[in-house]
Design a protein around this ligand. Structure first.
Ligand code: ADP
Ligand code: MG
Length: 331
């Protein structure tokens, strides 16, 4: 078990949320305890972000939530505030075992969440116990602490499943609330089966909050599996800026398949002064075009896509151009 003494967990620096994500509503307007409000203010949190102002009241009302919001939109407090309030209200004690679990995809993200949780609990002087379990940490020390009772637990999926299955005396039958943070990343990292096992082992009578930057089919499936009733869907990206950087211009042209190359050729000739990379995904090859020479040069190289682009041959050393082209066109 990681705790303030055993693990180097930096005190969270309150970096103001990205511009545009703050709402006009303050934490002070929520129906939460004054102690939590003062702790939030003491840590520099006054106005809520959009995802916070829209999801916290629903979470406090006990609803299951599926939330979509970009990185940096303030999801951590969006789930930590309801967790803390719920456990304070029911006066959850360590004898009851674990009352809330937050699952996050990586050690780094788990550490960040735990840091915010610990700061908030300490600022408010709440006595509920909290802890962190994650791959790579001392399993035995984690198990010992779990046996003593950890009310709020932050965990990575693999290590959580390990303790759920193998740590005798880890009590989770009184679980009140489960949070799945960055669900899309959890699934991308191959934890789908672990998540299914975890959900099968946890008590069904509980509240569930799931956050994901993108809503994929697999995320939908996980939401369905982890929630019994119909959840409240909250998306804030449709109101705020688009999900891509503001300087990126996007567009598309629809044309008959047989004219694709002609159209592409014309487009490239018009943009001869730019370096352009074209990916023809359907063909499984990447056509690399260096357009700042007289004629367009093609060099086909095999390419794989598995979350990130992988070039199976060294693209950049081919032909006369060794620079990485700045534009990527996806078919
Ligand atoms: P996400 O999980 O959506 O990526 P975080 O919860 O990590 O976002 O928050 C991103 C940053 O915004 C953090 O530095 C956090 O301290 C800050 N932040 C979150 N909520 C607020 C708020 N209500 N007011 C000011 N800053 C906030
Ligand atoms: Mg986050």
């Amino acid at each position: 078990m990681s705790s303030a003494e055993e693990e180097e967990i930096p005190v969270q620096e309150v970096v103001p949320a990205r511009s545009g994500v703050l709402s006009e509503v303050g934490f002070a307007e929520l129906s939460i305890s004054t102690t939590t409000k003062s702790a939030l203010a003491g840590l520099g949190f006054n106005k809520m972000t959009h995802i916070q102002s829209r999801s916290i009241p629903q979470s406090l009302a006990g609803k299951d939530i599926v939330g979509a919001a970009k990185t940096g939109s303030g999801k951590t407090l969006a789930f930590l505030v309801p967790i803390i309030e719920l456990l304070i209200n029911v006066q959850f004690t360590r004898k009851q075992g674990t009352g809330a679990i937050v699952i996050s995809p990586t050690r780094e993200l788990s550490l960040q969440i735990y840091g915010v949780l610990r700061d908030l609990m300490e600022k408010a002087r709440y006595t509920q116990t909290h802890g962190l379990i994650m791959g790579g940490s001392n399993r035995k020390a984690e198990a010992d602490k779990l046996l003593k009772g950890v009310s709020i637990l932050v965990a990575t999926p693999g290590r959580l499943l390990d303790h759920l299955q193998n740590t005798k005396g880890f009590m989770f039958s009184r679980l009140q609330i489960l949070v799945i943070d960055e669900a899309d990343r959890i699934l991308e990292q191959g934890f789908e089966e672990d998540m299914h096992h975890i959900i099968r082992l946890l008590p069904k009578q509980r509240q569930t909050i799931l956050f994901s930057a993108t809503q994929t089919k697999k995320v939908e499936d996980l939401a369905r599996l982890s929630m019994s009733g119909s959840p409240v869907f909250i998306g804030v990206d449709d109101e705020a800026a688009s999900s891509t950087v503001e300087t990126l211009q996007q567009g598309y042209v629809s044309c008959p398949a047989e004219n694709r190359f002609l159209l592409l050729f014309t487009f490239l000739k018009k943009n001869k002064n730019k370096k352009i990379m074209v990916s023809l995904l359907g063909l499984g090859v990447l056509v690399y075009i260096h357009a700042d020479i007289q004629c367009v040069q093609f060099a086909a190289v095999p390419v794989k896509f598995s979350g990130t682009w992988e070039f199976t041959t060294p693209v950049w050393t081919r032909g006369p151009c060794t620079e990485r082209p700045p534009i990527l066109l996806l078919q």
